[in-house]
Design a protein around this ligand. Structure first.
Ligand code: ATP
Ligand code: MG
Length: 295
């Protein structure tokens, strides 16, 4: 399988749009460069701005196999790279009962359980390697990752060094719960994804919720944009706007009204305190603003 190549940033941007992802010029440029320069790309931004989806969309458009490493505190090599299949080794020893089993035999490739990083390095297929929420992993793991991403190789002491046959497209995402090391940033291209402008958010909603009434999409997006200006625990991302528009459209609505907003606001705000604050103070004003914005 060969992946598509893109001659220009515009080509890639159009391809992503076909794959239902609306990338602005800045994001499309840096994704284009990641392909051209074969460099990892670090995407940072608030929750729900489309970081993870950018990697998925790249996999759809290339096309390439998406291999995802979800990071969390305590993530270690055994879960990210490989581990030995002990039960299989044990079975092998039992089966060989009479004969002797050499160490070399037991620590061969067939007894290796491949985790996402090794899988991405070893495979012949085009791959998008998504290292999601790297800020949740520990420092130690980040340092290890640095080596992998510099040389695109992994060493298994018992087997040797495995070099990537072709470099995977690597996309790292971070919510910035902690600052990443400069060394990692130096090796990667970087892009900050902001909340979209009203116009873009409406476009994204129309892309993701086909058939949504135009006016409803506009009002919902404008309302959410208003929510983001408040001082909330968890400002809603694009994901919430899409969910809300979907819910509103499913109810057969064509525009927002106070009761409708009241009864569906739970798809937008997931914090009890946020919901309470908006219901108590801001709802009517935001609704009025959204109606004005929608003309
Ligand atoms: N530019 C976009 N074009 C199309 N869909 C988008 C875009 N941005 C966001 N979305 C949609 O919004 C939802 C949330 O996006 P995604 O999960 O990628 O956010 P995220 O930045 O990874 O959030 P988190 O930090 O919470 O993981 C997805 O369903 C995605 O389809
Ligand atoms: Mg994500």
């Amino acid at each position: 399988m060969t992946a598509r190549t893109f001659a220009t940033i515009d080509d890639l941007q159009a391809g992503l749009l076909d794959a239902s992802y609306l990338a602005d010029r800045g994001l499309a440029s840096v994704l284009f460069l990641a392909l051209k320069l074969e460099k990892p790309l670090l995407l940072e931004g608030e929750a729900g701005v489309g970081k993870t989806e950018a990697a998925k969309a790249m996999a759809r458009v290339l096309p390439a196999r998406l291999i995802r490493l979800q990071c969390y505190e305590g993530l270690d090599v055994a879960h990210a790279v490989y581990e030995w299949n002990y039960s299989r080794q044990l079975l092998h020893i039992r089966a060989a009962q009479e004969g002797t089993v050499s160490e070399e035999e037991l620590f061969g490739p067939e007894f290796l359980i491949r985790r996402p990083l090794l899988e991405a390095i070893e495979t012949d297929e085009p791959v998008v390697l998504l290292i999601d929420e790297i800020d949740r992993a520990d420092d130690e793991f980040e340092a290890f990752l640095l080596e992998v991403l510099s040389d695109f190789q992994i060493t298994v002491p018992e087997i040797g060094t495995i070099q990537a046959k072709r470099r995977p497209v690597v996309i790292l995402t971070s919510n910035r719960t902690r600052e990443l090391h400069d060394a990692l940033k130096r090796r990667a291209l970087f892009h900050w994804i902001d909340h979209p402008s009203l116009e873009r958010e409406v476009e994204i909603v129309r892309l993701r919720v086909p058939g949504v009434p135009e006016r409803l999409a506009l009002q919902a997006a404008a309302f959410v944009q208003g929510l983001r200006r408040l001082d909330l625990e968890k400002p809603p991302g694009v994901a919430e706007t899409i969910d809300w528009a979907q819910a509103l459209a499913a109810l057969g609505s064509h525009e927002l009204d106070p009761d409708l907003v009241e009864s569906t606001l739970g798809s937008v705000l997931k914090h009890h305190e946020d919901l309470q604050a908006v219901r108590d103070a801001a709802l009517a004003d935001l609704l009025e603003e959204a109606r004005v914005a929608a003309g």
